[in-house]
Design a protein around this ligand. Structure first.
Ligand code: CZF
Ligand code: MG
Length: 421
């Protein structure tokens, strides 16, 4: 069965797909099927999830899932909800300070809170089901850990005896209300259709390899991309550093509109915005394809070339633009710029380029984006015909990553002192 998840975040759609696999469901996201979802500002989380799921199911004609996560607490006898959308404040730090101010003077025994996810499943017929996951905790009286993500440094999880900010992404998912809500949804579907899935196992976390031995203080870094293909390559490439990596799945905010005219500008824009949102260093990747015969097109517009919304359509559009260009004239290069931004405003940038030819028809199943069309003569293969490691050896991203690795070989590189003349 196909089910529409009302998210544009491919990382979230992918995780949902993994968790719903026992049901045999295929998750598609709003990135693949666009349907209008009403903006529902002043509704409770329950109403908001219901309204969005119902609207999506009606518009798409297939079942739809929507979720909403909030912190819920009682202030002076009244229930209040706090989310990413709380107040006009832009950064996590601002929101945290506002929340602390709101609760000032409340003794710890009155600071009990719940982190809640409401997940609604709507059928095109109008039938609705709701599943809720909860995590109990306390809102601390001060931020113990300046780093951390969103409300994480303030939310002390009772069962784990630590704040969300002090958890690894794995520990965080294990106590996350979102994960619990998905599990309840899976259990309920299995219970209601016992004869269809007699021996299906319950959703289990994937067996994860043992984490590397603890380093002195691993740096916590948010990999600020919504592109699942990039995320996979960045995670692999950064592994030797032993950093604790977070993704937009751990903290799903929208990256800013990329209106820069260079890869450097856009990578900076994304990384600087992201580190402000979360209070830990953030790494962004801006990349794209420059085709010589098209005067460097699609360049910074690679992700939205020709206004097309899928990789396949963009590849067809590129082939069409090059239909009169032959052989060696189809030279192109991929460029990737990685920017690592620190919460104090400091930035590091790394660039990598890969040269090749645009084929006249796609080849290979791997990779993402334009990979099936990008042929690397010295390898005799397209990026899509390579393994992850092989692609990293030749690719723009692999090269930029190696420059970053080299600079961080002995910890964060010394900050350059610029002497103004
Ligand atoms: O075949 C490809 N192999 C690659 O290795 C590659 N790297 C980049 N690209 C293309 O360039 C756009 C980047 O645009 P982009 O940097 O804005 O990223 P994005 O919007 O996809 O994600 P985000 O990181 O901004 O969230 C991407 O969407 C792709 O079309 C690639 N295509
Ligand atoms: Mg982008």
């Amino acid at each position: 069965m196909r089910v529409l998840a009302t998210t544009t975040n491919p990382l979230k759609a992918q995780r949902l797909q993994e968790l719903l696999r026992p049901l045999g469901w295929q998750v598609i996201s709003l990135a693949e099927q666009q349907v209008p979802i009403p903006e529902v500002p002043h509704l409770s989380p329950l109403d908001s999830a219901l309204v969005r799921a119902a609207a999506a199911a009606k518009a798409s004609g297939i079942p739809a899932i929507a979720d909403e996560s909030v912190f819920e607490l009682q202030v002076n006898g009244k229930l209040e909800h706090y989310s990413m959308h709380f107040g006009p404040w832009n950064t996590a730090l601002e929101r945290n300070l506002r929340l602390l101010e709101r609760l000032r003077g409340l003794p710890i025994e009155r600071r009990g809170a719940r982190f809640i996810t409401v997940m609604a499943l709507a059928q095109p017929s109008g039938a609705l089901e709701v599943f809720q996951g909860e995590t109990a905790g306390l809102i601390l009286q001060r931020m113990e850990n300046q780093g951390g993500i969103g409300y994480d440094p303030l939310f002390f999880v009772t069962e784990a005896s630590k704040t969300l900010a002090d958890m690894t992404p794995e520990e965080r998912e294990a106590v996350s209300p979102w994960r619990r809500a998905v599990e309840r949804l899976v259990e309920a579907q299995q219970a209601s259709k016992p004869r269809l899935q007699p021996s299906m196992p319950a959703a289990q976390p994937e067996a994860k390899p043992e984490p590397p031995p603890p380093q002195p203080t691993p740096m916590r870094v948010l990999v600020a991309t919504s592109n699942a293909g990039k995320f996979k390559e960045l995670r692999e490439g950064l592994a030797p550093l032993g950093w604790q990596l977070f993704s937009l799945l751990d903290y799903p905010f929208k990256l800013p509109h990329e209106d820069g005219s260079t890869f450097e500008d856009n990578a900076m824009l994304k990384a600087a915005f992201a580190t402000k949102q979360v209070g830990i260093p953030a790494l962004a990747d801006d990349s794209g394809l420059e085709v010589e015969a098209l005067q460097g097109e699609p360049g910074v517009y690679s992700a939205r070339y020709g206004g097309k919304s899928s990789d396949t359509e963009r590849n067809l559009y590129l082939l069409d633009r090059l239909r009169h260009v032959k052989g060696e004239e189809r030279r192109a290069k991929f460029v990737a710029v990685l920017v690592l931004a620190y919460p104090d405003g400091h930035l590091e940038a790394y660039r990598g380029e890969a040269h090749g030819l645009i084929l006249e028809a796609p080849r290979g199943e791997g990779g993402f984006g334009y990979d099936p069309l990008f042929y690397v003569p010295e390898a005799g293969k397209t990026f899509a015909e390579m393994s992850l490691e092989e692609k990293a050896h030749y690719s723009h991203r692999g090269k930029a990553l190696r420059a970053l690795l080299e600079a961080h070989r002995n910890g964060p590189p010394p900050r350059e002192i610029v002497v103004l003349e």
